[in-house]
Ligand binder design. Structure first.
Ligand SMILES: Nc1ncnc2c1ncn2[C@@H]1O[C@H](COP(=O)(O)OP(=O)(O)OP(=O)(O)O)[C@@H](O)[C@H]1O
Ligand SMILES: Cc1ncc(CO)c(N)n1
Length: 269
């Protein structure tokens, strides 16, 4: 039996709800062997980000080389990359090691407003990483920054997805957590030709820390196993919906989601 392997290149969240920790928990739950290359350490909890400590670009490169030399991933995702040097190193690694199925989650700002990507690095993301991506998974504010468009309507979401596709992303998933829909959370997939919508009820909860990381990690897991992109997004939507619905209620701020809910309870979307 093949053991499918997935890699996350992202920052550490000491509180365990987002970043590398969310990714590895999701890989594990979805039956994929998880590996990581850390880009930064954050001191973080449900109340916010108290400190950001980027690693040297050499440390990031060496982690990726160790993985490439021995444990080639079937799919990989990026999260917090913090600066242009790290973005370039990741883009180089993807090309040199011929890594396929790159999921770029363009993490920019944590809830509470602390920056997880230096503002001047957005251009590096656009020029170096987006053209290599199999899927890019921005939330609405990230899609606005990347495209320079203001997104207000469903039509605006579709236009931004087309723009990101024109920037070189093979597929685009715009996450709807920040959209105006009061009752539904709708994510939109664009494959370059057609649009597909994935909808769930919108839960009235503060406990959505790490939803974006978890959702992108679930897509990565399913792609690593060889599922189609449509099926991968469908499973990821079910995974994050179960994780939000069955909240853990820990911490006194924006609490984490429940990574084991999907396997234990299941939900259909
Ligand atoms: N209140 C909610 N109820 C149901 N689903 C939600 C809710 N909020 C977000 N989602 C879903 O969670 C996933 C992540 O979307 P979101 O737009 O919140 O990402 P994000 O802003 O990158 O997350 P974060 O920065 O917290 O990691 C999407 O599938 C979205 O539809
Ligand atoms: C390390 C890290 N990555 C990503 C996010 C976005 O949720 C976060 N809060 N922390």
């Amino acid at each position: 039996m093949t053991t499918f392997k997935a890699l996350t290149i992202a920052g550490s969240d000491s509180g365990g709800g987002a970043g590398i920790q969310a990714d590895l928990k999701t890989f594990q739950e979805l039956g994929v062997y998880g590996m990581s290359a850390l880009t930064a350490i954050t001191a973080q909890n449900t109340l916010g980000v108290q400190g950001v400590y980027p690693l040297s670009v050499e440390a990031v490169k060496e982690q990726m080389k160790s993985i490439a030399d021995d444990l080639s991933p079937h799919a990989l995702k990026t999260g917090m990359l913090f600066n242009a040097e790290i973005i370039s190193a990741v883009a180089d690694a993807v090309r040199i090691y011929s890594w396929e199925k790159l999921i770029v989650d363009p993490v920019m700002i944590a809830k509470g407003g602390v920056s997880l990507l230096q503002q001047e690095s957005v251009q590096a993301l656009i020029e170096k990483l987006i053209p290599l991506s199999y899927v890019i998974t921005p939330n609405i504010p990230e899609a606005e920054v990347l495209t320079g468009m203001k997104i207000v309507t469903d039509e605006g979401v579709r236009k931004a997805a087309m723009s990101l596709h024109n920037m070189g992303a093979k597929h685009v998933v715009i996450k709807g957590g920040h959209a105006a829909h009061p009752d539904e959370a709708v994510d939109v997939l664009f494959d370059g030709t057609d649009f597909f919508e994935f909808s769930s009820p919108r839960f009235q909860t503060e406990n959505t820390h790490g939803t974006g990381c978890t959702f992108a990690a679930a897509i990565t897991s399913e792609l690593a196993k060889g599922q189609s992109l449509y099926d991968s997004v469908k499973t990821a939507k079910a995974f994050i919906t179960a994780a939000i619905k069955n909240e853990l209620g820990i911490g006194s701020g924006h609490g984490p989601t429940n990574h084991w809910a999907y396997k234990r309870t299941g939900v259909s979307v």
